[in-house]
Design a protein around this ligand. Structure first.
Ligand code: HEC
Ligand code: HEC
Length: 132
C-alpha cells in the first residue's frame, strides 16, 4: 500500500511538472522591433535540427516563466547603435560584449560545424535565413 501511494505521488508530481512547463510557440514569430528589417523566427528548427534547449536562449525567467527577449527590463532598447546588454539589436548581432550570446554568434559557430552546408545562409546580411 505504501509503495502504491508513493508511486502515485511520484506520478502526480511528474504530471504537475510537465503540466507547468511552457510550450514553445510553433507558429513563426514576427520580430518586428525594427520594422524595416523584421525577422521571422521559428522555434521548431532550433529545437529539432539544432537541438537547442530552451535555456540556451531563455537564459533568465521572470516570475518563473519564460518571457520574450524584448520584455521590459531585458533586451528592451531598440536603438541599432546601442551596444549595451539591454540592446535588442546587440542581442541579435552580438556586437557588444564578447561573451554575450547572440543569434548571429551562434549561427556563425553553426556554419563552421554541423551546419556548414547552410554557410552564408546562416551568416550573411542579405539573402540569409534572417534577411531573405
Ligand atoms: C534559438 C533561441 C530560442 C530557443 C532555443 C527557444 N526560444 Fe522561445 N523564443 C525565442 C525568441 C527569439 C522569442 C521571441 C522573443 C521576442 O519577441 O522578444 C521566443 C518566444 C518564446 C515564447 C513567447 C513568449 C511570449 O510571452 O509571447 C515562449 C512561451 C517561448 N519562447 C518558449 C520556449 C520554450 C518552452 C523553449 C524550449 C522548448 C524555447 N522557447 C526555446 C528564442 C528561443
Ligand atoms: C545557440 C544557437 C542558435 C541561436 C542562439 C539562434 N540560432 Fe537560429 N539557427 C541555429 C541553427 C543551428 C540553425 C539551422 C537549423 C536549420 O534550419 O536546419 C538556425 C536557423 C535559423 C533560421 C532558419 C530556420 C527557419 O526558421 O527556417 C532562422 C530564421 C534563425 N535561425 C533565426 C534566429 C534568430 C532571429 C535568433 C535569435 C533571436 C536565432 N536564430 C538564434 C542556431 C541558433
Amino acid at each position: 500500500m505504501r509503495t502504491l501511494i508513493a508511486t502515485l505521488g511520484a506520478v502526480l508530481l511528474l504530471a504537475g511538472v510537465v503540466w507547468a512547463q511552457q510550450q514553445a510557440p510553433e507558429q513563426p514569430l514576427n520580430l518586428a522591433y525594427f520594422p524595416k528589417k523584421a525577422v521571422e523566427f521559428t522555434h521548431t528548427p532550433h529545437l529539432k535540427e539544432a537541438g537547442l534547449q530552451c535555456e540556451e536562449c531563455h537564459h533568465k525567467k521572470v516570475d518563473g516563466k519564460i518571457v520574450k527577449c524584448s520584455t521590459s527590463g531585458c533586451h528592451d532598447v531598440f536603438d541599432r547603435k546601442d551596444r549595451s546588454e539591454a540592446s535588442f539589436y546587440n542581442m541579435v548581432h552580438g556586437r557588444g560584449s564578447k561573451d554575450m550570446q547572440s543569434c548571429l554568434g551562434c549561427h556563425k559557430e553553426a556554419a563552421k560545424g554541423k551546419f556548414k552546408s547552410m554557410g552564408r545562409e546562416l551568416t550573411s546580411c542579405k539573402g540569409s535565413v534572417c534577411h531573405p
